[in-house]
Design a binder for this molecule. Structure first.
Ligand code: WT7
Length: 694
């Protein structure tokens, strides 16, 4: 990884960081012996282990057959995973009504902090339930019912959680699309899931940037129409303030006075038969009937939501999670990994548009009756002290963010951190990509003042919740290692031949041997792709797509993706998806995209471009190519480096040798074995054409 100086890394690797004393004596799981006891129980008798946990939840009826059943070996039949099949429940009821009945109605469910530091709000469990019931009734009135799919494309506002939970209350499947995706990316997801409605907002500010969400949604709806698909409803939250009317700044306009709220409102297109204001529909629900809505009881194995994740073939996959297993798994991981206590203030900085936000902004914390923080803005606006200002303001006790944010804030220096009182913090979490020891140590020493536990949580959209992670009162940590499996999870590291290695191993394939309740059940309407992607490489195992090593103490270290995926700022992007956007430009004959180390983002994308006859690589063309990727996927996927390529290194059978391109991208001319190359002369030419700034 970039930014890793080997000396520090070695020193850090050899040091064990013990759990803080107070957690060792107060946490749910104290010390490794207790962890091992619970872990062994979870593996030897999953039914007893999860059955006991399930008792905390409300079930309308018990499982009709086996408590849990699965097949992980496709050579023996179709892959399937079932937990508590036939038991009826409702996750919205469990995360709201259940707590209110226990007297938690007046507890704060969320503090909300806007992009602008003066914009704040809060909502109690009771108030949240009322809003959710009202919006569930709105959905019902629109004719939306159990099993229908609804797309949500919203900023980080409380209404986003209201919308998700209203869907869950009715058994409607939500498909949240991160607000950084383009019209085309949104349209392809709406089409794939055949969503009947899109829930959105007029616009949002990210730092000083104004983004017109409704225009992006309109673009997506038009693209759907072109493909012959009609979206029935679009409900829009008025998020920008009503006095911001006279003139309309264009998308991308910057605010005149950075720390102030926007002064002008966006120009909003309107289609009468389809578009509705959220507040108007909600206004009609201020009656006794409007404010109550019985939950629709669902089978534990009914779909709860789908969430698209990049696939190595380029086409995003609709990862499908179900009600019962996801509920108990996010609740349990949240409780143990963050050592949840009733007076905690929990803040996960992830956008709800990603799985981290689904599981640890919304469902996991709410399932425990926790108070959370929803933050709309970005870490360095108005300045690089923003995160720490918020921690001080709400007295956050458990904080969860991504290595890319830590590395970015580290660059601004310690003063921004030291200005604030962070003494409330107890557990600091990391997620999304490997955390390099420098960033880990900065997080531990500067943010945590050497008295907080660091939990480096490894998991995926597909796993639903944490699968490898330390527990704060139990696990001695090593900077950069995700340590050991969570309860119910059985990892293995395989050689390329598929052999399990039990002792230390330099590097192999990280797989899992049996399901835990929160694992995905299928790819939406494409079970074959589910089986091919995760189960065909090594029969009998779920294959993560990550490499891992195990050290002499048994600690697991994730070494990064082993497929053609790039992890940019904790977001997985498929190189094939970027390539297919690039070749749509008329100047481009061929494109190959590889990962390149980046000091803040972890990885960045490096694109080799072969041009059509008569075209030359200019700055203008580079800009056009970036715009192409922005419009096909979204701004967050914009290529970092673009290099002209007179040709690509290929094998005689025509396969691009990405291993060689990755070396060329970093200027390493020591390419290893090149004997299978069809034409070796292309290598020198590619090295010559590397951009000078690199
Ligand atoms: C991929 C999954 C999990 C929520 C956010 C990303 C990488 C994730 C870690 C970690 C090393 C990590 C893996 C994984 N990853 N967490 N703690 N250490 N790598 O969800 O977009 O589905 O990405 O992120 O490569 O496969 P996702």
């Amino acid at each position: 990884m970039a930014n890793c100086n080997t000396e520090t890394m070695e020193a850090a690797n050899n040091k064990l960081f013990q759990p803080p004393d107070d957690l060792l004596n107060s946490a749910h799981v104290q010390g490794m012996d207790n962890y091992r006891k619970m872990y062994n129980k979870s593996i030897n008798d999953p039914e007893a282990f999860w059955g006991e946990i399930a008792k905390d939840f409300h079930w309308e009826s018990q499982p009709s057959g086996k408590f849990f059943d699965y097949n992980f070996d496709y050579t023996k039949g179709p892959i399937f995973i079932k937990w508590m099949e036939g038991a009826r429940t409702n996750i919205c009821y469990n995360v709201l009504d259940r707590h209110i009945e226990r007297g938690l109605g007046d507890k704060i469910a969320f503090y909300w902090e806007g992009n602008d530091p003066t914009d704040t709000g809060k909502i109690t469990f009771q108030e949240l339930k009322t809003e959710v019931c009202k919006f569930a009734n709105v959905l019902k009135n629109l004719g939306i019912q159990k099993g229908d799919r609804v797309a949500i494309y919203m900023p980080m506002i409380t209404e986003l959680v209201v919308a998700m939970l209203a869907c869950a209350r009715l058994g409607v499947i939500h498909s949240i699309v991160f607000g950084g995706y383009s019209s085309e990316a949104l349209a392809s997801r709406v089409l794939d899931a055949k969503c009947c409605a899109i829930l959105t907002a007029d616009g949002m500010w990210r730092g000083t940037k104004l983004i017109n969400l409704k225009t992006i949604v309109d673009g997506a709806i038009q693209l759907c129409e072109k493909s012959g698909y009609h979206v029935d409803h679009c409900v829009m939250v008025r998020h920008l303030s009503p006095d911001e009317q006279e003139s309309e700044p264009e998308e991308g306009d910057t605010q005149p006075t950075p720390a102030k709220r926007p002064v002008k409102r966006l120009k909003i297109n309107w289609v009468n038969s389809r578009d509705k204001w959220w507040h108007e529909l909600m206004g009609e629900m201020n009656t006794k009937e409007g404010k109550t809505c019985d939950p629709v009881w669902c089978n534990a194995e009914d779909p709860l939501f789908m969430l698209y994740t990049s696939g190595s073939t380029g086409k995003p996959k609709g990862v499908l999670h179900t009600v019962g297993g996801y509920m108990i798994y996010t609740a349990t991981t949240f409780k143990y990994v963050f050592d949840y206590q009733p007076d905690d203030i929990f803040w996960c900085t992830a956008d709800v548009g990603w799985i981290t936000g689904h599981s640890y902004v919304c469902y996991g914390p709410l399932a425990n009756g926790a108070t959370g923080v929803i933050f709309e803005g970005i870490p360095y606006y108005p300045d690089a002290g923003r995160y720490w200002e918020i921690v001080e303001k709400f007295k956050v006790t458990k904080f969860y963010t991504a290595p890319t944010a830590i590395r970015c804030l580290m660059k601004y220096g310690d003063d921004f951190v030291n200005k604030y009182d962070l003494s409330s913090l107890k557990v600091l979490g990391s997620v999304g990509e490997p955390i390099n020891p420098e960033a880990w140590l900065w997080y531990y020493n500067v943010v945590g003042k050497s008295k907080c536990a660091i939990v480096d949580t490894f998991w995926q959209t597909e796993t639903g919740g944490h699968v490898l992670t330390p527990l704060p009162g139990a696990t001695p940590t090593k900077p950069g290692s995700a340590t050991f499996p969570f309860f119910g999870v059985v990892p293995a590291i395989l050689t390329a031949e598929g052999k399990e290695v039990s002792g230390p191993i330099e590097e192999g394939y990280l797989v899992f041997k049996q399901p835990w309740p929160g694992i995905m059940r299928t790819v939406y309407e494409n079970h074959e792709r589910f089986e091919t992607t995760y189960f065909k490489k090594f029969p009998g195992y779920y294959c993560t797509g990550d490499g891992a090593r195990r050290d002499e103490d048994g600690y697991i270290w994730i070494t990064g993706r082993i497929d053609d995926m790039v992890n940019v700022s904790g977001h997985l992007i498929s190189t094939a998806e970027i390539e297919s956007a690039l070749i749509q430009h008329p100047s481009v004959a061929e494109a190959a995209v590889v990962s390149h180390p980046h000091s803040v983002k972890g990885e960045s994308t490096y694109c080799f471009i072969v041009l059509n006859e008569g075209h030359v690589m200019t700055e203008k063309l580079k800009t056009e190519l970036k715009v192409k990727v922005r419009s096909k996927i979204g701004p967050f996927a914009q290529p970092d480096h673009i290099q002209y390529a007179p040709g690509l290194p290929k094998t005689r059978s025509g396969k691009i040798m990405r291993r060689i391109l990755r070396k060329i991208a970093v200027g390493d001319s020591n390419l290893g074995d090149t004997s299978t190359l069809a034409d070796e002369s292309v290598i020198d030419l590619l090295l010559q054409h590397r951009p000078e700034e690199l």
